[in-house]
Design a protein around this ligand. Structure first.
Ligand SMILES: [Fe+2]
Ligand SMILES: [Fe+2]
Length: 360
């Protein structure tokens, strides 16, 4: 049996034990071959690593990008001028973000103004067109996933804050919260954080200390308390199933509740070695089927609804092979909108056998 970080799992690996959530709900049974959906579900439950059967670390992955059902849409995003500009700015931001975080850790000082300046410039240049989430999730070539993830979460938070109707000052604060939420991971040795193979139980528990580590890094700095609380509480869940303290909804900082959603959405949709971006409708389906009670309804419902709305009128491929356009969103069943295929309409909320496979 080997313990493998969720981010390094690939479809085909076989579970060596039952996998439970933090509040003891069975997620995947022993001896189950992992699928893409199962791995995404583990991200949903914030399961950091699982045990898989031996000799499975190098399981053959036979899903090359060409047969990836999302590849067409991904290519469309990647070839757009907006994406090329965004990518350049993202890489520049990443460099200055790294410098700022190094200053923060070594010199205990941080310039929040310059941190925000870059993200605002990035988002300001993309008022319409391809959605910022699609651009984020089409960038895969990072050698330091922690920094890129923090910047992703910051950008998602920025968009999310606007969806929530927050005033500009609060959106700025929320963006900083997203940017610094995982700063504690930088105190975890690099060989543990990006460990591609086996992980010992001790290493596993070290990773979980990043929330407290992050708080300790920030606690004496002249920063808004919400930023410090986000580092500490972004893995807490409203139903008490999170860590480090298992806090329930009324004890969790509201900014941390928002960052938690941006964080898990980024983890679930991030490109992996074996696949391109995961179809957002599949991610939303997991949120709806696994239960929304981990997140504050005030935030999660707005988030999912806006994400779905960005795909209104988009062309999609269905699991029955047909292609059509998203024409009507069903608020009670966000992952299953009404699709127009030529002259007829398919209401996915009624026809449960059909689902959206990909955005094309
Ligand atoms: Fe984290
Ligand atoms: Fe995170």
């Amino acid at each position: 049996m080997s313990r493998i970080l969720t981010q390094n799992l690939v479809p085909g690996m076989i579970t060596a034990e039952d996998v439970y959530s933090y509040n003891n709900q069975l997620i995947i049974a022993k001896d189950t071959p992992l699928t893409d959906k199962a791995i995404t579900k583990l991200e949903f439950y914030s399961v950091l690593s699982i045990r898989i059967k031996d000799d499975q670390e190098n399981v053959d992955v036979e899903i090359p990008y060409q047969v990836d059902p999302d590849a067409i849409y991904s290519d469309k995003v990647k070839n757009s001028p907006e994406f090329k500009r965004f990518k350049k700015e993202f890489n520049e931001s990443l460099l200055s973000f790294k410098d700022s975080v190094n200053d923060l850790i070594l010199k205990q000082k941080i310039d929040t103004e310059s941190l925000l300046e870059k993200t605002n410039a990035m988002l300001g240049n993309n008022p319409t067109g391809i959605h910022v989430f699609d651009m984020l999730h089409n960038m895969r070539e990072f050698d330091d996933p922690t920094y890129a993830h923090c910047l992703n979460v910051a950008l998602i938070c920025n968009v999310f804050g606007k969806w929530l109707g927050m005033p500009a000052e609060e959106v700025r604060l929320l963006t900083l919260c997203g940017m610094l939420h995982d700063v504690g991971k930088l105190r975890i040795p690099e060989n543990i954080i990006s460990h591609p193979g086996k992980l010992s139980d001790e290493e596993y528990s070290i990773i979980k200390t990043h929330a407290l580590e992050g708080f300790n890094i920030l606690k004496n700095l002249d920063l808004n308390d919400h930023i410090k609380n986000c580092a500490l509480m972004h893995h807490e869940r409203c139903d008490g199933s999170g860590y480090p303290f298992g806090l329930t909804s009324n004890k969790i900082d509201r900014y941390a509740k928002i960052v938690a959603i941006a964080d898990v959405y980024d983890a679930m949709t991030s490109p992996r070695v074996y696949r391109s971006q995961l179809c957002p409708f599949k991610v939303i389906e997991i949120f709806e089927s696994e239960g929304l009670q981990k997140y504050d309804p005030e935030f999660i419902l707005v988030f999912l609804e806006y994400v779905v709305n960005t795909y209104m009128n988009n062309r999609v491929r269905l699991s029955n092979g047909l292609e059509g356009d998203v024409v009507l969103i069903n608020k009670l069943c966000l992952a299953r909108p009404m699709i127009r295929c030529g002259n007829h309409y398919i209401d996915l909320s009624r026809d449960k056998k059909i689902s959206i496979e990909a955005i094309i």
